[in-house]
Design a binder for this molecule. Structure first.
Ligand code: NAP
Length: 458
């Protein structure tokens, strides 16, 4: 029996590593998800076959309970709610790790390295649990999404964390009085809540990636405490990938970790640009835009958050099909933080069956804009704002952007001149080569689909 569970663990570890590798590219992501699911299945089978299982009934009840919560969540979740449901699943994972740590602490008097592992597991587990629940609540708008700040906040948070760490050291160095562990757990839970308060809803996806990393570290620590190698491997992979993802997101927004965690970004939202400026913009109808698109040789489409809100991806596929049919070279440029979650645009465009070969990352396509006849921006704003290149006072200064303004004509589909996530005006809209196409993304793209054939024959 021992060989079977060990083999099962080995298969699980290898499959999970491949899963992460395949999740790297949209073309293999589906395979990556399936591999990850099989990895988990083998991990569960291996664990159930281990000799140290005392009662299968308890495990079966827990399985039913977990399935009763997880299955409806997964089935009912709309694509736009992926970030908050990811937060919720981290919350469950972290709580499980923290509770296992608590049980181990109560069951036997851990000492030395095992106690260090237990302390790390419970500290990260409990704080990730409450922080993830808070992240979920902010994204679901159950609590205000704006950053909630007060004087001395960072000091209070740091003091709480330091106190929890001091209690952890106490438990490691010598058997501590019984009240120490409950207080330590309560501080970790409270720290999780306070950590999220000053962070705005828009920064939550980055924070969720970081919490993913904490949950992974907690699981890896649990692996050390329980002497379970699979937990160490899976936890470490989870911790590393979550951390790398949050670094990528911070870099793409040109923000530091400290700015995301303590910067209270998005607190002061600038008013709509239209209300404060009287600069003229050029706007056009669907008919005019269709004529320009139909006569173009190369069109680069830049989707953003507005495309996701309007669910315009299927109509966009139709538009791209009709243009390609008429000999236009159509490519898609994906900014790493377009939308509100990592890979947001890739997922939506893949859902609409837009070929992966036409999707290009920012670094790969940026030099092509100068050769494009049209850059068609659909519901994107911050990721194409030229102020990021030169305006040192801008909150997005330094963020790498898609160079749409280098195209011969820029067409921007959005409903108004209102700002996007960063809350700032976009000078792109006032450029002489920019045409504003005002309207809902799905409605406007549908009109373009209808107008193009007539424009081609005109
Ligand atoms: P954005 O700057 O937030 O702008 C989105 C634009 O979509 C808005 O200006 C809005 O203008 C328009 N819009 C909304 N609903 C629309 C509809 N139904 N039809 C047409 N347009 C609509 O979006 P982005 O350019 O994609 O930039 C993403 C921002 O989110 C960046 O600042 C990034 O740093 C931040 N962020 C991203 C992530 C991530 O993981 N992707 C995570 C955290 C933060 P109107 O109201 O005028 O229509």
């Amino acid at each position: 029996m021992s060989q079977i569970w060990q083999l099962s663990y080995l298969v699980a570890a290898v499959t999970i590593i491949f899963s992460i590798k395949w999740l790297n590219s949209p073309a293999t992501a589906r395979r990556g998800v399936i591999a990850g699911e099989f990895g988990m299945l083998f991990a569960i089978i291996g664990t159930l076959l281990r000799n140290d299982v005392i009662s299968y009934q308890g495990i079966f009840v827990a399985f039913l309970l977990g399935a009763a919560i997880g299955a409806p969540l997964a089935l009912k979740m709309p694509m736009t709610s992926v970030p908050q449901f990811t937060a919720l699943s981290h919350a469950f994972g972290a709580l499980a790790a923290a509770l296992v740590g608590t049980a181990e602490y109560i069951r036997e008097t851990a000492t030395g390295f095992t106690m260090v592992a237990l302390a790390v597991e419970t500290l990260l587990g409990f704080l990730t649990f409450t922080a993830s629940v808070m992240a979920f609540a902010k994204l679901q708008e159950l609590i205000p999404t704006r950053p909630m700040t007060y004087k001395g906040q960072n000091f209070v948070n740091l003091a709480l964390l330091v106190l929890a760490i001091v209690l952890a050291i106490w438990m490691v160095v010598t058997p501590a009085p019984v009240w120490v562990f409950p207080l330590f757990s309560a501080l970790a839970l409270l720290f999780g809540v306070l950590l999220i308060l000053p962070i705005g809803g828009g920064d939550m996806p980055t924070v969720i990636a970081l919490l993913n990393s904490y949950a992974g570290m907690s699981a890896a620590a649990m692996g050390f405490a329980l002497n379970n190698r699979l937990l160490i491997i899976a936890g470490a992979l989870n911790a590393a990938s979550g951390f790398i993802l949050s670094v990528i997101m911070c870099k793409a927004m040109n923000r530091s970790f400290t700015n995301v965690l303590f910067g209270a970004f998005g607190q002061v939202q600038a008013g709509p640009a239209a209300a404060t400026t009287a600069k003229p913009v050029r706007s056009a109808t669907a008919e005019d835009a269709a004529a320009i698109l139909a006569s173009a040789r190369k069109v680069i489409v830049v989707p953003g958050y507005g495309m996701a809100v309007a669910q315009a991806q299927h109509k966009l596929r139709e538009l791209s099909d009709v243009l390609i049919k008429n000999g236009v070279d159509v490519q898609f440029a994906i900014h790493p933080v377009a939308g509100r979650m990592p890979g947001h645009m890739n997922v939506l465009l893949a859902e609409a069956d837009i070929s992966y070969e036409r999707l290009h990352e920012m670094d790969e396509i940026n030099s092509d804009f100068s050769e494009a006849d049209v850059a068609l921006v659909i519901g994107a704003n911050d990721v194409v704002n030229p102020a990021a290149r030169h305006d040192k006072t801008s909150p997005i200064y330094g963020m790498p952007i898609l160079d749409v303004d280098k195209a011969q004509t820029v067409m921007v589909i959005k409903r108004s001149l209102n700002p996007g996530f960063a809350g700032i005006d976009n000078e792109l809209y006032y450029n002489p080569n920019t045409l504003m196409l005002f309207g809902d993304a799905k409605v406007f793209v549908s009109e373009l689909v209808k107008e193009i054939p007539a424009a081609v024959h005109a």
